[in-house]
Design a protein around this ligand. Sequence first.
Ligand code: ADP
Ligand code: MG
Length: 444
Amino acid sequence: MAGSLGLWKQILDEIKDQVDPQTFSTWFDKTKEFSFVDNTLTVKAPTKFFADWLDQHYKSFIEEIAYNLTAENITVDFIGSASEAPSNYSFSKKPLLDSSRDNGLNPRYTFERFVVGENNHFAISAAQAVADKPGKIYNPLFIYGGVGLGKTHLMQAVGNYLIQNKINKRVLYTSTEDFTNEMISAIQANTTINFRKKFRTYDILMIDDIQFLAGKEGSQEEFFHTFNTLYNAKKQIILTSDRPPKEIKKLQDRLISRFEWGLLADIKRPNYETRVAILRQKCDEENITLKPEVLEFIAENFDDNIRQLEGSLIKILAFSSYKKVKPHQIEMTDVKQILDDLMANRKRPVTLDIIQEEVAKYFEIGKNQIKDPTRKKEIAFPRQIAMYLSAKLIPHISLLEIANHYNKKDHTTIIHAKKIISQKLDTDNNLKRKINEITENIIQ
Ligand code: ADP
Ligand code: MG
């Protein structure tokens, strides 16, 4: 095991190698080791906001580095400043995994903190109904949508609501990854019976990012039985995913159909007004004021997801704390500079290669497979989409260039692909959504 003094320093050296310098200077430069006792490393960040952010976004990444350095399971905790360490702060060893916070919930993820817009209106109504009468109305509740749009927040709001209101229910939130890992450990340790018992004792079981069950046969089998037991006992199940059940490939049909038994609720990207409202709410929560034009600028420039909005706010706050300027005194010229790299990163140039890669990834086929000269629908259809998108998204590209890229002798194939896809788009909303998602992935 590495010497306890300076473990954080060693971790920082590793982080430096793995993140870009801008990220490092924003997030890690001002952190310090506070204590390292019983395999718990406590790191001090400049403010509580910082500490929460690090906890949410870097904890597992850092714990993995710690593990690689020490070959021990180290828990990394972040605190805002020394004085903020809770008075009953104990340095005893914290158990790992979901037991560190018994129910796995982040207390910040509540309904009160969730801003309602037309993009999530349906999903939040469903979640509130479930919180009100768990197990009774929508079971399972299946929330789906793109990255950073509030799925985890909303799902956990149900659990936090029950706890806040002291409704006597056993609640567990877990990621699909932890569920799977715990199952594998149970198999290795010959304790699958306990594993099953444990998961079947909850009144409300929330499993996040269930799309990661894809292709994991054993976990699907186990989850199928857990699902049935809970469902039959009228216990509430809440799931999230980045796509609707039918579109999760390599997922057993019986699971897909069960996921559709209850209610499917999607969360879309927030519109401008909702983005501004979310930014205002985050400022209120942190008790800070920014000039209205600053909030508007962020809302105009970051429209993909809410994590980006939070990221922008945090960068501005970091600037404010380093430069000792009050948040409300920060000028637009500063803001443009502070957010410059975030905005630049977002817009990578779109190339034939990126489109080929993103389309192949979306349809779960090999990047080069998409170029195979086959008429098989699983390959030919994604290829047509890739051709269509290349013509649409790359400024000034000629059809012949696209044809060359896909080893076609002339541009007629491309014209054909464009025509087929455009025609389908007129009537097929599902395809429209898919193409929008792929486009988002391409443009980032
Ligand atoms: P997902 O699970 O869909 O990837 P998260 O639930 O992790 O997204 O949300 C990303 C961040 O955005 C979280 O910090 C969350 O609190 C915040 N967030 C998402 N939606 C909202 C909302 N409607 N109102 C306020 N904050 C939100
Ligand atoms: Mg999530």
